[in-house]
Design a protein around this ligand. Structure first.
Ligand code: DC
Length: 224
């Protein structure tokens, strides 16, 4: 079973997807973390995003591994734990440019399909329901108003000590800038799949969003 959860930045996708996967007892895949890890790798290795040969050589040797510990899901890039580094503002500022590249998307989508082919899986991202798994069993598109998205991201950054002394307004500006880039790019733009169910999380707690999704899935599964 594949559950696709897409939506703009800070719409609550990650926490929701983690909760849904936990409640259903299935695997969770954060595809945004994968694009972030590639972005970090390119920056750390001084590879210019527009240098297609170097980019390809980098991508073919990349090894991304997810692991669980008591703090949650960890991500390793070529053996090194990058869980925290991929959330820094440097990566966040560059990830839209990297994730717009066709060759990067092809590599990531192949890996995502390979991982999910062996498991029942909740995948969250921007193109899961439209491109990665257009035949997903369940598709959701999470939205929330600007204020609650900015507040959510602000609180997350502040909790992880990654706020870089920016205020709520700047967080909102950055979110909007990234969503604009992600939804207007040529390759696999952020878009609601025609058959995805939209869930507005503005006035819901994350647990209410999780329950809503799990109920829809369980109801359909008992009917099948
Ligand atoms: O979900 P996130 O904010 O961690 O995602 C980081 C970036 O990765 C996002 O700005 C766009 C890109 N992304 C993508 O293009 N496709 C996905 N399936 C997931 C994320």
């Amino acid at each position: 079973m594949i559950v696709a959860i897409d939506g703009p930045a800070a719409s609550g996708k990650s926490t929701t997807a983690i909760g849904v996967a936990k409640s259903l007892g299935i695997t969770y895949l954060d595809t945004g973390a994968m694009y972030r890890a590639v972005t970090l790798g390119l920056i750390e290795n001084n590879i210019k995003f527009e240098d297609s040969l170097e980019l390809k050589n980098y991508l073919i040797q990349i090894k991304l591994e997810f692991a669980e510990d008591k703090s949650g899901t960890l991500l390793f890039l070529n053996g090194s734990n990058v869980t925290k580094k991929i959330r820094t503002s440097l990566v966040t500022k560059n990830v839209s440019e990297v994730s717009a590249l066709k060759i990067v998307r092809k590599f990531m989508v192949d890996i995502q399909r390979e991982i999910a082919k062996n498991y029942d899986c909740v995948l969250e991202g921007r193109d899961i329901g439209t491109v990665v798994f257009p035949n997903a069993d369940f598709k959701f598109f999470l939205v929330a108003n600007e204020k609650s998205r900015a507040k959510r991201r602000f609180d997350d950054l502040s909790k992880s000590g990654l706020l870089d002394s920016i205020g709520l307004d700047d967080v909102l500006k950055d979110l909007n800038k990234r969503d604009y880039k992600d939804s207007t790019r040529r390759n696999s733009p952020l878009k609601k799949a025609y058959d995805a169910k939209t869930i507005d999380s503005t006035n819901l707690t994350i647990n209410e969003v999780i329950d809503k999704i799990v109920n829809i899935i369980n109801k359909k599964r008992t009917l099948d």
